[in-house]
Design a protein around this ligand. Structure first.
Ligand code: PLP
Ligand code: SF4
Length: 468
C-alpha cells in the first residue's frame, strides 16, 4: 500500500521562520534608525511616504530615474494616492522592485498597468446602491457593513473602495471623510430599528485610523443594541503597522475594553485583517499576534488574490501556514474586484479555483481560507466553485445569490489580457460583447424575462468606459 510522503527538509518549516533582522537599514534615509525608534508607531506614522518626492528622498540612490518616472506616470492615472509606512517600504526588495509583491500593492508603475475591463465599476459591489442610510451597506439579511471613516494608515493601489478612500487623485474626485461621531448616529439608529441584524463589520477605511475614543464610542453604541451579537473591527494595521498593537496603549485599552465588555455579554468582538503575501509577515507581526492571542482576541485574515503577488501555490500555502503559526485564521481569499486601475492585478476565476484545490488540506481546515468571488452588482461573496456557469474561453462566469437577491443573476469577467487572441478580439467589439453575455445568461436561465435581461445590461452599462 502506498503511503503519503511528507517533505521534511528545512523548507517545509519555512512558515515557522519570522524575519527579525534590521531590514530598514537598507533604506538610505533610515540607515541610522534604531530598533526602538523603528518600532514606534508614531514615528512610523510621521515618516510614512505620501508622494513621489518623499519616495525619492527616502530611497536616494536605491531607486532609479526610470522607476521614478514610471511611478509618476502611474500616479497621473491611478485612482488611489500613495501612503506607505516605513515598515512596508523597507520590506520591499529594492534590488528587484519591479517584481516585488509589496511594491505591486502599494506603489503602482504605469508600465505594468492595463486598460480597465469594459465592465469595470467604481462601485463594483454596489455598496452605495445597497445603503439604506449613509455609511451603511445592508445587503445580507443579518449582517451589515459599516464604513465609519475613509482613511487608512496605508493606501492599497487596488482598494475596492477607491471611489471614496484616501482622498481625490488626478482622475477621481472623492468624498473622503474622517471619523465623526455625530454623523454615525443615523447608522446606529438604523441598526436599533432593524432587529434582524446581528453582525456589524466595522470597516472603512481602517480602525487603526480611529482614535481610542472613536473605538470606544462605536463599540459601546453597538454593544448597547441587544440584537447585535458580533462586531468585527477591520484593520490592515497588523500587516502594515504591527507596532501599534505593541505600543499604542490607549488604542489597545479602548479595543480590549470593548472586547471584554462584549465577551461578558456573550458577544464576539474580533479583528479582521488583511495580509496578502508572506513577505509582509515578520517578527513584529508575530509579536503583535502574541499579544492579541494572550488577550483572547480572534483575528481573521482576508486576502485578495493578485497576479504576481500571491497567485502561486508556494506563496499561497506559505501565507496560509504562516498566518496559522501566528494564530491568524485565514478566512477569505477574494477573487479581485472589478474596480478601476488594477486590471494588471486581477487573475482569472480559474486561477482561484485551482489554487483553492492546492491550499485545502495543507493545515487545519479552520485555517484554510474560503476562496470567494464577491459578485459584481451586489450578489455578495460566493464560493469560487459555486458559479452557475463559466465560459473559460471568454472569461465570463454567472452567479446566483439565493439569500441575497433571489432570482437574480450576476456576472464576473476574467481579465481580457489572459484570454486567447480570438476571445480578446471578441471583447474589442461592443456587439459581440453583448452577444457573449446574452449567451452566458441564457445558458443559465433560458426563460429569463426581457425585463431581467435589461436589468443586467443596465447594471453593466454603467461601467462601459476605458482608462486612457
Ligand atoms: C463582506 C460583507 C459582509 C460580511 O460578510 P461575511 O461573509 O460574514 O464576512 C457584510 N456586508 C457586506 C456588504 C459585505 O460586503
Ligand atoms: S486598507 Fe483596505 S480600505 Fe484601506 S486602502 Fe487598503 S484595501 Fe482600501
Amino acid at each position: 500500500m502506498a503511503h503519503p510522503t511528507f517533505d521534511t527538509h528545512t523548507d517545509a518549516f519555512e512558515h515557522r521562520q519570522f524575519r527579525d533582522d534590521e531590514f530598514w537599514r537598507q533604506i538610505p534615509a533610515w540607515r541610522d534608525v534604531s530598533r526602538d525608534q523603528f518600532g514606534d508607531h508614531l514615528w512610523q506614522g510621521k515618516n510614512s511616504v505620501r508622494n513621489l518626492k518623499q519616495v525619492h528622498e527616502t530611497l536616494g540612490d536605491r531607486i532609479g530615474q526610470d522607476l521614478l518616472q514610471d511611478i509618476e506616470a502611474a500616479l497621473r492615472i491611478a485612482p488611489m494616492n500613495i501612503r506607505i509606512t516605513p515598515y512596508v517600504l523597507a520590506l520591499i526588495d529594492w534590488d528587484n522592485p519591479v517584481d516585488d509583491p509589496l511594491r505591486k500593492q502599494f506603489l503602482p508603475i504605469a508600465s505594468q498597468m492595463l486598460p480597465d475591463h469594459p465592465y469595470y465599476l467604481a462601485d463594483s459591489l454596489s455598496e452605495d446602491v445597497d445603503a439604506p442610510v449613509p455609511m451603511l451597506t445592508h445587503r445580507y439579511p443579518d449582517k451589515v457593513l459599516f464604513l465609519p471613516l475613509t482613511t487608512c494608515p496605508v493606501y492599497c493601489s487596488y482598494c475596492t473602495r477607491s471611489r471614496i478612500i484616501g482622498g481625490s487623485t488626478e482622475t477621481v474626485d472623492k468624498d473622503t471623510y474622517g471619523a465623526n461621531t455625530e454623523r454615525w448616529e443615523e447608522a446606529f439608529e438604523y441598526l436599533r430599528n432593524n432587529p434582524q441584524i446581528e453582525d456589524v463589520v466595522i470597516s472603512g477605511g481602517d480602525a487603526f485610523n480611529m482614535t481610542a475614543r472613536h473605538v470606544t464610542h462605536i463599540g459601546e453604541s453597538l454593544l448597547a443594541i441587544p440584537h447585535i451579537r458580533r462586531l468585527r473591527y477591520a484593520t490592515k494595521g497588523i500587516a502594515i503597522l504591527p507596532m501599534k498593537i505593541l505600543r499604542d496603549e490607549k488604542w489597545m485599552k479602548a479595543f480590549l475594553d470593548i472586547h471584554k465588555k462584549g465577551h461578558a455579554q456573550g458577544k464576539q468582538v474580533y479583528i479582521h485583517t488583511h495580509f496578502s503575501s508572506p513577505q509582509e509577515i515578520t517578527q513584529w507581526s508575530a509579536d503583535a499576534m502574541k499579544r492579541l492571542f494572550a488577550e483572547h482576541v480572534i483575528v481573521r485574515n482576508q486576502a485578495v488574490l493578485q497576479e504576481g503577488v500571491n497567485n502561486c501555490e508556494h506563496t499561497m500555502v506559505l501565507l496560509t501556514k504562516k498566518l496559522s503559526t501566528m494564530n491568524v485564521e485565514s478566512y477569505y481569499v477574494y477573487i479581485h474586484d472589478m474596480v478601476p486601475g488594477c486590471e494588471h492585478l486581477r487573475t482569472t476565476l480559474k486561477d482561484g479555483v485551482e489554487l483553492e484545490k492546492r491550499v485545502r488540506g495543507v493545515t487545519a481546515g479552520f485555517n484554510v481560507p474560503t476562496f470567494v468571488c464577491d459578485a459584481p452588482g451586489g450578489g455578495g461573496k460566493r464560493n469560487v466553485a459555486s458559479y452557475e456557469y463559466y465560459d473559460e474561453e471568454n472569461g465570463i462566469s454567472v452567479w446566483r445569490a439565493p439569500n441575497v437577491k433571489p432570482g437574480e443573476l450576476f456576472l464576473y469577467f476574467d481579465p481580457i489580457h489572459r484570454l486567447s487572441a480570438e476571445a480578446q478580439q471578441r471583447w474589442a467589439d461592443q456587439a459581440s460583447c453583448e452577444a457573449m453575455i446574452r449567451d452566458a445568461v441564457t445558458a443559465v436561465d433560458p426563460s429569463l424575462t426581457e425585463e431581467h435581461r435589461e436589468k443586467i445590461s443596465k447594471r453593466l452599462e454603467i461601467g462601459v468606459h476605458q482608462l486612457k
